[in-house]
Ligand binder design. Structure first.
Ligand SMILES: CC(C)(COP(=O)(O)OP(=O)(O)OC[C@H]1O[C@@H](n2cnc3c(N)ncnc32)[C@H](O)[C@@H]1OP(=O)(O)O)[C@@H](O)C(=O)NCCC(=O)NCCS
Length: 176
């Protein structure tokens, strides 16, 4: 293992590298989305980094960023939180969302996947969090849910975030 994990700053070469990695990972199947890098850069700077409990990490190999991950404490009024709460109903919301850290984004550079970097980023991101639960969503047609299962996440529900859109698994893991 030649890579290390560091806090991700919100400007500079590490930040630019993390955005590039994210864009490259989501340009691959099943996403094939050329705009995701620019989108995550803007969302990170304008909104997501300002949310309570924001924590972001980069995986570095030599001079290169090869992975990134971030999340924050989810709250009512946020799109993802409210959409999942509606789908879960009051009891499910209380169980899974009332005190939850949301793992919002994770990406590893295509040439560096399946070497344990994603697992390392998630493990470190969740280390010592004050929340009792971690939640995330992942496209049902991606392999990523296998990784989350291996790390102790269970499938809570399958749902769409947009009419006619892709199905997602919402997954959760107890942290304490
Ligand atoms: C998902 C992802 C972050 C995992 O990082 P990683 O460093 O490859 O993860 P690890 O090496 O710790 O674990 C490997 C596992 O991740 C999953 N995985 C590997 N490549 C993947 C890919 N291209 N897409 C999704 N999941 C992948 C598999 O379950 C794999 O297990 P396997 O090696 O037994 O097949 C990374 O593959 C990635 O960036 N994928 C594209 C973007 C993405 O799907 N992000 C998650 C959205 S919810």
């Amino acid at each position: 293992m030649s890579w290390t994990i560091q806090p991700l700053p919100l400007a500079g070469p590490l930040f630019d590298g993390a955005v590039r990695v994210y864009g490259d990972a989501f340009a691959e199947p099943p996403y094939l989305d050329p705009d995701r890098g620019a989108e995550v850069r803007d969302r990170l700077r304008t909104t997501h980094s300002k949310r309570r409990g924001f924590r972001a990490l980069a995986a570095i190999d030599g001079p290169n960023v090869v992975g990134m991950a971030y999340g924050y404490h989810g709250e009512k009024g946020q799109f993802w939180h409210d959409a999942v709460a509606r789908r879960l109903g009051r009891e499910g919301e209380a169980r899974w969302l009332d005190d939850a850290y949301e793992l919002v984004e994770i990406a590893v550079a295509p040439g560096f996947q399946s070497r344990g970097i994603g697992s390392g980023l998630i493990t470190e991101l969740l280390e010592g969090l004050p929340e009792t639960i971690c939640v995330l969503s992942t496209r049902a047609d991606s392999l990523a849910h296998n990784l989350y299962r291996r790390l102790g996440f269970e499938e809570i529900v399958e749902m769409l975030f947009a009419p006619g859109g892709q199905p997602f698994y919402v997954m959760g893991k107890r942290l304490k």
